[in-house]
Design a protein around this ligand. Structure first.
Ligand SMILES: NC(=O)c1ccc[n+]([C@@H]2O[C@H](COP(=O)([O-])OP(=O)(O)OC[C@H]3O[C@@H](n4cnc5c(N)ncnc54)[C@H](OP(=O)(O)O)[C@@H]3O)[C@@H](O)[C@H]2O)c1
Length: 279
């Protein structure tokens, strides 16, 4: 079995690669900027927007972990084309996001889920909630403003989020990629508790000893903040849509899917903060 992981240098993908390698599974780690091979990991160059990279990157892979494209109106069509171009691939594991299964069929991420489900392959969908690692690793979602200004910039009001540690996502991915019994299933992977962004700020402040506070941005403030990233307007719109979903309570439910899949409890905000934010 050779596994192929897309987004292999990202917050989620690189932990999926590490967890597979630790489980002794050969893995092809796909991104536009592959690093050097190490042990069972073979980095390969792959670009969603350059189809000539697809087949060489896949090589002999028979199962894939995909995150697909966000904020691209053609994401579902590109996903369908990619999966259709890979006859040797038998199992597709798609990382979507918590709540997407309840979205209308035409919603961008739900359309990608449906493209996977209708691909004719065996499929499994993982739906993690907002990543804890956004706080220290995602420069423009939270990390830069936290680092430079102690501001947790989130237009969320008092809505709650059951944050997911990306290492739990990776452990769940190893389970569904390497064990039978997960075909045609979707799993919503959450942390063990739902907290407000105000409570997150309190935890990070206490552990770091810094005056971190929740800045409950209006949509206009948020748009201006994200626009400073220099990322495309479609990404800014996508982020504002995500915070609207948070305010609507979509990110609050807590599930036991992770524990049922892996037999262990999900990692906590407190443990993450202790590890990454201790001052
Ligand atoms: N962040 C969250 O809180 C969260 C929660 C739930 C679900 N998700 C889902 O997770 C996904 C994001 O995952 P992440 O946070 O791990 O990503 P990330 O940290 O932003 O990393 C993006 C990865 O994609 C690669 N990449 C970017 N553009 C590419 C292209 N054109 N072709 C091929 N590879 C490309 C990047 O590597 P190179 O630059 O080297 O190509 C990198 O490995 C999203 O689809 C989102 O819906 C995120």
């Amino acid at each position: 079995m050779t596994l192929w992981v897309e987004g292999a240098t990202g917050k989620a993908g690189r932990r999926v690669v590490a967890a597979l390698a630790a489980a002794g599974v050969p893995v092809r780690a796909a991104s536009r900027h592959p690093g050097a091979p190490a042990g069972a990991v073979t980095p390969v160059r792959f670009d969603w927007y350059d189809e000539t990279t697809w087949a060489p990157a896949l090589g002999d892979a028979d199962a894939v972990f995909l995150k697909g494209l966000d904020s691209d109106a053609d994401a579902a069509a590109i996903m369908a084309r990619f999966v259709g171009s890979a006859p040797a691939v038998r199992h597709v594991v798609f990382m979507s996001a918590a709540g997407v299964d309840a979205a209308p069929d035409h919603a961008p991420r739900r359309a990608v889920e449906l493209a996977v489900q209708n691909s004719g392959k065996r499929w499994t969908i993982l739906r993690p909630n907002w990543f804890l690692q956004n706080f220290d690793e995602d420069e423009w979602v939270f990390a830069k403003a936290l680092r430079e200004d102690n501001d947790l910039y989130a237009g969320s009001g008092d809505s709650r989020v059951s944050f997911t540690d990306t290492r739990d996502l990776a452990d769940a991915a190893v389970t569904v990629l390497t064990e039978d019994g997960h075909d045609g299933r979707g799993y919503t992977l959450t942390g063990p508790e739902a907290v407000t962004f105000g409570e997150v700020a309190e935890v990070l402040a206490k552990v770091s000893g810094r005056p971190i506070r929740h800045l409950d941005a209006t949509p206009e403030q948020h748009r201006a903040h994200f626009a400073r990233s220099g990322r495309p307007d479609a990404w800014v719109d996508h982020m504002l849509d995500l915070f609207e979903l948070v305010r609507a309570g979509v990110s609050a439910p807590v599930t036991d899917d992770f524990e049922r899949l892996t037999g262990k409890p999900p990692r906590t905000l407190a443990a993450y903060a202790e590890e990454m934010w201790r001052g």
